[in-house]
Design a protein. Structure first.
Length: 228
């Protein structure tokens, strides 16, 4: 799972990356500005969490957050705002946009880790439709739901292996994966593939798109393991 850390201050960025590096299953991506973060997102990065500094030259953290919320494919990505400011206006605006919370500089590693783990824990549940709702909708027992999740993970792995062998991830292949994700209520996975589909209408997929899709099988298997 990818977490995007956005901060123009190198030391603050390094400190957050070190905290995240101690969390199992997390891969950290970093951006030194709001513009750089937006470029990564536009290229296909779909992180499970953004940790974004409020005050940056150029596009501020609030400016980036506002742009993300106005763009459907990024609107549901949870954001923790990183700040040393205590002004009410910034806090109020971030909360109105839906910030999950604040990481206050200077950092206390244990507090930051607890806040990130809590946010990721609640976000993992929001990445999928409620399991009981899915099995009721599909008319299957939980054991079959787990089998379907494993099968979809394998299907994505297979498509990526073919891509590595030279067969392009074309619209037809991605559309089939997107349908599978929608069928199983894998909302985050469907958003990642939908982003790739929309990009494919304009240009070939970027390595960032491919990497974001590569992350999905592990997430699906993690979901399956929960109900196995």
């Amino acid at each position: 799972m990818k977490v995007l850390v956005i901060d123009d201050d190198l030391i603050s960025r390094m400190a957050l990356i070190d905290v995240l590096g101690n969390l199992t299953g997390i891969e950290v991506c970093e951006a030194e500005s709001g513009e750089h973060a937006w470029e990564l997102l536009s290229q296909g990065l779909h992180p499970v969490l953004c940790c974004c500094d409020v005050r940056m030259p150029g596009m501020s953290g609030i400016g980036l957050f506002r742009r993300m919320r106005a763009t459907p494919r990024f609107a549901q990505i949870p954001v923790l705002m990183v700040t040393s400011a205590s002004d009410r206006e910034t806090v109020t605006e971030a909360l109105k946009l839906g910030a999950r919370g604040f990481i206050v500089k200077p950092f206390h590693a244990a507090d930051v880790r607890a806040k990130i783990e809590a946010t990721l824990g609640s976000n993992l549940e929001s990445m999928f439709e409620d399991a009981q709702a899915t099995i009721k909708r599909l008319g299957i027992p939980m054991t079959r739901y787990v089998t379907y999740l494993d099968a979809l993970a394998g299907q994505i792995d297979g498509a990526l292996q073919k891509a590595q062998a030279g067969a392009a991830l074309d619209h037809r292949a991605l559309d089939a994966l997107h349908t599978g994700c929608l069928t199983l209520g894998a909302t985050h996975c469907s958003q990642v593939i939908h982003t790739a589909l929309k990009s494919l209408e304009r240009a070939p997929l970027t390595p960032v798109h491919i990497q974001s899709i590569t992350d999905l099988p592990a997430l699906l298997r993690q979901r399956a393991a929960k109900f196995r």
